[in-house]
Design a protein around this ligand. Structure first.
Ligand SMILES: Cc1cc2nc3c(=O)[nH]c(=O)nc-3n(C[C@H](O)[C@H](O)[C@H](O)COP(=O)(O)OP(=O)(O)OC[C@H]3O[C@@H](n4cnc5c(N)ncnc54)[C@H](O)[C@@H]3O)c2cc1C
Length: 1020
């Protein structure tokens, strides 16, 4: 008996033989597309610019814009083909209209290569041709990303229309093989599940299925009546579990339980694909009716790797191409071995993968008519033909739709065709030998010295990068530091942990937490309740209210502890922060749950806050290790100068409620690690979070008096402490009103005061986002909605002024309003809620007042109507016709209220964006490189975000903080932040004796950092 490998080689060789009879035109040398692909494969920069240009082109409305973008993308292109490009750009300048026309035509032509038709009538021309070639079809409706329920209704209606039309037009078509045709209906529709519900949240599969199933059922019902087949396409990993659950739920229902014409995709590049496939097969067996699995490698490899690296998640896909190939083969076998219940469809252009499936099917004695090969329209034509000639069943995946929505699909195909890893490029562009192309992927892995199942590859690579940076300290500070990962709520296990935590925290509602002063637990006569803003009758817990006596006690305790703490080696202080971070990690879900109840944070936002708190601890610990040692200032013979830092003294930390653990912890940890002692006062609305943080630092081993926890009224103890002569530093984050008062009070020097008080002051914003005329609206609208309404608009970074250009105003408004109308408003205890309650009754009333002001100044264009009857819920609200001088355009509202301003052009847009008292965050959406450069240079904000939401700063990556009336500090989570908590000091020694000096001067000196003698009592 021959080995499987030689069976594969034999079949592969036969396919190649047939392929070579009809050479592939895709990579031949003629035509615009071919030239572009050839250039793209030669030069990565050209490829990036080209694909970006292709992406933006359909949204450009006149020849001037097209030529301008052409120049911006390609002018100045270097390398061998620069003359070609530059000639093109020059010609375009001279004859813009003609050039634009030609470009559009060429790019449309290119899109047509992969998009089978604009609509049903159009695609039928292709399908008829394919029928003559014995190739079947599945049709996929291309569309813009679905942002609202209105758009999902449109998608569902288009699916139904398409089904009707395809059934009508293909009446009487027979099965190409004439055998087992009952398994393979002629009409086959591929459905994108994400296009049927705009609010899919991976944390909330129940809600997703509750909304998706009713949208899907009419489509399934009609398909069944028409004798058609429905396939669920698979999209990104975040949607995978929901898609699988939806498939099992709907096809398990009585109405569809005995319907065999349903299929779903399994992506072999996913590490957990085999578990999913086996689970599906078991489900199918229990259901008792056949179904189909289309096995593919997967179309989102780059997206998944980027996304998981950004969030610190385990990457769900394999890192090495042969691993995906191996898995594809393993899963092919699983499918074929279970042929009695599942029909296999192999979605691949890779001859090795195809030949493997053929060989295994033959080995298991499965007839060729009982499974099929599926390939994409416009790709690998000769392979399709070869498979038909060999007597296999072939189906083509035909995308249908307009050019504009088709661009993301086109770019995916272009990427695939130019990928270094791809089979098509290797075969048809680089003419790699058949023998090489048919190698066993297992052998390839061994040959290249790689280990299969390389789960640890990425983290190791990251580790390696950190080591390099650590050694040289040359890399960006954020790179030296590795952020904590976010919790990925796509996993059922994470969802379960969060639900348990919510239950447990609810069970201890009403507990009392003490103040902590000088290491002692302190109670007072009055207990302050902390209330759940989503259900104000619920009391989360109580903390005693501190008055002036407790404030005085705290200052004394902090002063007394300062001498020893300031002389504690920074490494020990840094370790305290590391331990605190580890405790937060352990209590992560519990802390998130407390935030959900106490400040109304949705799940992911609460988790983001805890992650940020851990990051602050670890990042500042790292930074302290970096700046802690006295460091030589300059090499100069005969003299040594060392700069180092002393702590300032007693730090008062006053924090807000909107990031109740992160911001509090950020300021506290910075003060502690730099050797200051701290009085920590959380916001009155988030005292339980404050108490939790105190517990964490106590468990981490903070010495008595070094950190003191006071809860009370800002106007009483806050004001008293700000004015206290023994407080040396105030770290404040909060409103402009209070911030300015602190800034002023701290400026007055009191009798007996040792230091000029240092104020680290972070205040609010009135943050703008500008959407340029060529922006990708799918992204701009999703991100703007999230920036404005995420956490109810209560982030200081939140978007509150959306600036739109006249020319795309109507397009944006239409989609934006329906997207806002689709938001889920409710109790954030429910996973997947995006808009919860505002913090308390005062805020509630203030925001409602602003809405009234808005009504009198501008036009109320949208306001949600369905909000919970109890709790401090404010409906998401949008005003249009807002002018820069109106109050709603100038004053910080801190709630889910968005003001939209219409401007003539970008000049005016930048003027309006900059025309406020604040300068915290700003966003700009554009695909024009020149306009992006302008935004980077001109927008007045501490954090400028291009083509992404303007909230969600990550420690070390986006050092955060503003200027003008937004703040007077240095970036939190940035390299310089700790310096504000320190007094810089330089010690210079003349080391020359009679003209003789040591030859070498060490980079660091530690001798005088920790004097051998007991520390003097400083300031007691
Ligand atoms: C009919 C049809 C329908 C499809 N439907 C879907 C769908 O619903 N959902 C979906 O996600 N995909 C789908 N795809 C798959 C996808 O769009 C690609 O076409 C497919 O992955 C290309 O694989 P290949 O076997 O043809 O080519 P090959 O060149 O052999 O494989 C390329 C693939 O390998 C994987 N890969 C690339 N680099 C690496 C790496 N470094 N490490 C690990 N793996 C790597 C990627 O998945 C990449 O697409 C479909 C494909 C076809 C043909």
């Amino acid at each position: 008996m021959r080995s499987l490998q030689s069976e594969i080689e034999q079949r592969g060789a036969r396919i190649f033989e047939l392929v070579d009879k009809h050479p592939e035109s895709l990579f031949s040398k003629a035509g615009f597309y071919q030239r572009m692909m050839a250039l793209s494969m030669r030069n990565e920069h050209f490829k990036v610019q080209t694909f970006r240009f292709v992406d933006v082109l359909p949204s450009l409305r006149n020849s001037g814009e097209i030529v301008q973008h052409l120049e911006e993308y390609f002018d100045g292109m270097r390398d061998g083909f620069a003359p070609v490009i530059q000639t093109g750009v020059r010609v375009a300048r001279i004859a813009p209209w003609i050039s634009a026309f030609i470009l559009r035509r060429n790019v449309s032509g290119m899109a047509r290569q992969f998009i089978a038709g604009k609509n049903c009538e159009d695609v039928m021309k292709t399908l008829r041709k394919r029928r003559a070639q014995k190739i079947g079809f599945t049709v996929d409706l291309l569309g813009e990303a679905v942002l609202s329920e209105k758009e999902t209704d449109e998608y569902a209606a288009r699916c139904l229309d398409l089904l009707e039309c395809l059934s009508r037009e293909t009446r009487g078509w027979a099965d190409p093989l004439g055998k087992n045709s009952e398994l393979f209906p002629v009409v086959n529709l591929s459905v994108k599940i994400s296009a049927l519900y705009s609010q899919v949240n991976p944390a909330d599969p129940t809600d997703a299925i509750a909304h998706l199933a009713p949208k899907l059922r009419p489509i399934l019902r009609r398909a069944r009546e028409l004798g058609a087949f429905i396939n669920f396409d698979m999209e990104s990993f975040a949607h995978k579990n929901i898609t699988l659950d939806l498939f099992k739920t709907t096809f398990g229902e009585g109405e569809f339980k005995d319907w065999p014409h349903a299929g779903i995709v399994i992506q072999a590049y996913l590490r957990d694909a085999e578990a999913d496939l086996r689970d599906l097969i078991e489900w199918g067996r229990a259901r008792g009716t056949r179904f189909t699995v289309r096995l593919v490698k997967g179309a989102y490899w780059d997206y998944e790797t980027i996304k998981s690296k950004q969030n610190g998640w385990d990457c769900p896909v394999y890192f090495q191409k042969p691993e995906s190939d191996m898995n594809f083969e393993a899963l092919s076998r699983v499918l074929l071995e279970n042929e009695s219940i599942v029909t296999a469809a192999f979605g691949s252009h890779n001859v090795r993968s195809i030949a493997h499936a053929q060989a295994v099917a033959d080995e298991l004695g499965i007839n060729r008519s009982r499974f099929e090969f599926q390939l994409l329209y416009g790709m690998a034509g000769p392979i399709k033909r070869a498979l038909v000639e060999m007597g296999y069943r072939v189906r083509e995946y035909c995308p249908v739709g307009e050019l504009l929505p088709g661009m993301s699909y086109l770019v995916r195909r272009l990427l695939e065709n130019t990928s270094n890893e791809g089979f098509l490029r290797a075969k048809f562009s680089e003419n790699v030998a058949a023998e090489e192309l048919l190698r066993d992927p297992n052998e390839l892995l061994k040959r290249d010295g790689a280990t299969p199942q390389s789960e640890s590859l990425a983290p190791a690579a990251i580790e390696h990068r950190h080591c390099e940076n650590d050694a040289s300290l040359q890399g960006p500070p954020g790179d030296i530091y590795k952020n904590s990962p976010l919790v990925n709520f796509v996993y059922k296990e994470s969802q379960e942990k969060m639900r348990n935590a919510l239950r447990e925290v609810r069970n201890r509602f009403g507990e009392k937490y003490p103040l902590v002063i000088g290491g002692e637990k302190v109670w007072t006569d009055k207990l302050t309740p902390s209330v759940n803003p989503a259900a104000p009758k619920e009391i989360i817990g109580y903390v005693p209210e501190a008055g002036i006596p407790e404030a005085e006690r705290a200052v004394k305790a902090a002063r007394a502890a300062f001498g020893k703490w300031s002389h504690t080696p920074f490494e020990e202080r840094a370790r305290l922060l590391d331990r605190a971070a580890a405790i937060m990690d352990r209590r992560r879900y519990e802390l998130s749950a407390v935030e959900v109840f106490e400040v109304g944070k949705p799940w992911a936002e609460a988790d983001g806050d805890i992650r940020e708190a851990m990051d602050f601890c670890r990042f500042y610990a790292e930074r302290m290790r970096f700046i802690g040692r006295p460091r030589l200032t300059q090499h100069v013979p005969g003299e040594e100068s060392y700069q180092h830092y002393w702590p300032r003294g007693v730090a008062l930390v006053i924090a807000p409620w909107n990031f109740p653990i992160a911001i509090l912890c950020g300021m506290v940890s910075a003060a502690l690690v730099t050797g200051n002692t701290v009085i920590m006062k959380p916001s009155e609305q988030s005292i339980i979070c404050g108490a939790m943080l105190m517990q964490i630092f106590e468990e981490a081993g903070v010495p008595p008096g070094v950190l003191n926890f006071l809860s009370g009224h800002g106007s009483v103890i806050g004001a008293h402490l700000v004015d206290h002569k023994d407080v040396d530093l105030i770290a404040f984050t909060g409103s402009r009103e209070v911030g300015l008062r602190i800034w002023e009070s701290a400026g007055k020097t009191l009798p007996g005061q040792r230091e000029l008080k240092r104020v680290v002051c972070e205040m609010g914003g009135k943050n703008p986002v500008i959407i340029d005329s060529d922006a990708d609206l799918d992204e701009a609208i999703v991100d703007s909605i999230y920036s404005a309404f995420g956490y109810q608009g209560q982030k200081c970074s939140a978007l509150s002024r959306l600036i739109l250009l006249e020319e795309n105003y109507d397009r944006v408004i239409e989609r934006l309003l329906s997207a806002a109308a689709s938001l889920r408003v409710g109790n954030p205890e429910v996973p997947g809620i995006m808009v919860g309650p505002v913090i308390d009754e005062t805020a509630y009333r203030r925001i409602l007042d602003y809405i009234e002001i808005g009504k009198s100044e501008a036009t109320l264009t949208y306001q949600a109507t369905e909000i919970p009857p109890e709790g401090y819920f404010i409906p998401p609200t949008i005003f249009t016709d807002v002018k820069p001088n109106m109050r709603i355009a100038r004053e910080e509202i801190f709630g889910p209220v968005l003001s939209i301003m219409k401007v003539r052009d970008l000049d005016e847009a930048f003027d309006v964006a900059n025309g406020t008292d604040y300068a915290l965050t700003a966003g700009f959406f554009s695909r024009s490189p020149a306009n992006i450069d302008r935004a980077k240079a001109e927008i007045e904000a501490g954090n400028v975000y291009i083509n992404r939401s303007c909230t969600g700063a990550v420690v070390g990556r986006h050092p955060f903080g503003g200027f003008k009336m937004s703040g007077g500090g240095t970036k939190a989570g940035g390299a310089d932040y700790l310096l504000q908590f320190l007094l810089p000091r330089v010690v210079t020694e003349n080391v020359t004796r009679h003209g003789f000096a040591p030859e070498e001067t060490p980079e660091y000196r530690d001798e005088f950092l920790w004097p051998k003698t007991e520390p003097r009592k400083v300031g007691t």
